[in-house]
Design a protein. Sequence first.
Length: 119
Amino acid sequence: MQVTTPLSDALTRYLDLSNEQMRLTAENIANVDTPGYKTKGFDFEQEFTRQMNMSDATNQAEAEAQDVDGLVARPDGNNVSMDREGVQMAKAQLQFKLGVQLLKSEYSQVMSAIHAEAK
């Protein structure tokens, strides 16, 4: 038996996007010395809104990662900024922790409702 609510479904997507942001950031960091590598990323808020507006909740698409514009490229063409990636990783970690706390709260409320019904 699977117990979900609209909020828990939204939080699942939120956590998946946070995870994807951490994965992309790790990929960017891993390629810091790769000549010609272009930093990849996505706008978290826009992507979350796009996914929430999808008609089929089970048809969850991956984030649409793109090259990040506006970064200074080194002479070898690589534009990965470790400062930017550090900030991105910290932001994604905070978003993930927030999502976990909200999901715990949501399931705590569901469990309270189940136990209240049993009394």
